[in-house]
Design a protein around this ligand. Structure first.
Ligand code: FPP
Length: 254
């Protein structure tokens, strides 16, 4: 009898086609906590542990940039106690995890309007960036106080100023210049995620990397972020590798 091969997904991952940039909307911390009759912040604390697991897994798989949506420009609307806990998370995370980041050759980057974060948060973030500056493996890119529309507005202002000062001609404004002017511009060829994952069953982009995901594969999973595991990541990559990416062209037989 012919039986479909049982697939152990990560055994079948093509290590030559690991997405270079993976972006994740880490959602469901609150629901994870509520299901356990715990305060929401317990979900964020557990979510922070998942960040460590996924960072190590992605780095070991050879991902070049891992962008994590940690705090959006809209998250300030949450209750003060929750916002204040979320602002303390980078400190908790980096204080316990920077040695492992260095051991894994992971460089920290932060995108967003950092100067609007509490001073103490800015300090720990800048310290982590400094401590990992010599690492040249994966970039762990936290989006903190980030919103994609705001990012595009800021890029537009930057370009307008360059025009005003005569450094750029209007006709030189193109998609490439715009990409370079965004907060992901520094990642060069890896500026755009090839794969965007959102956990917790919601199927929205929520103002994350709107320009950059033009051709990204989207992966939605019902798992809540604290339950997302290295295997879940491999599963999403497996899905990615089995999709037909045509970038607006047609399928070739190569
Ligand atoms: C979304 O879940 C999650 C957030 C707004 C915060 C994400 C933060 C972490 C995962 C912690 C790690 C952060 C750092 C800086 C190390 P939600 O609260 O919206 O969940 P819900 O939709 O179930 O309410």
């Amino acid at each position: 009898m012919f039986r479909k091969k049982e697939s152990n997904n990560h055994q079948e991952l093509d290590m030559n086609r690991i997405p270079k940039h993976i972006a994740i909307i880490m959602d469901g911390n609150g629901r994870w906590a509520q299901k356990r009759h715990l305060p929401r912040i317990a979900g964020h604390k557990r979510g922070m542990e998942t960040v460590k697991t996924i960072t190590k897994a992605a780095s070991q798989l050879g991902v070049k940039v891992l962008s994590l949506y940690a705090f959006s420009t809209e998250n300030w609307k949450r209750p003060e106690e929750e916002v204040s806990y979320l602002m303390s998370l980078p400190g908790k995370f980096f204080n316990s995890f920077v040695p492992e980041l260095i051991a894994n050759n992971v460089q920290v980057n932060v995108m967003g309007e950092i100067d609007r974060l509490p001073k103490a948060t800015q300090e720990v973030v800048n310290q982590a960036i400094q401590d990992t500056a010599d690492c040249d493996g994966m970039v762990l890119n936290f989006a903190l106080n980030y919103g994609s529309r705001r990012e595009m507005v800021l890029a537009t202002r930057k370009i307008a100023k360059a025009v005003q000062s005569g450094k750029v001609e209007i006709d030189e404004i193109d998609a490439d210049l715009f990409s370079k002017s965004l907060m992901t511009g520094k990642f060069g060829a890896n500026a755009d995620p090839e794969l965007l994952i959102r956990t917790s069953g919601e199927q929205r982009i929520s103002n994350f990397l709107l320009w950059q995901i033009a051709y990204s594969e989207l992966s939605f999973t019902d798992e809540l972020w604290p339950d997302f595991s290295a295997d879940s990541l491999k599963q999403a990559i497996y899905q990615f590798q089995n999709r037909d990416r045509r970038f607006g062209g047609i399928k070739t037989n190569k």
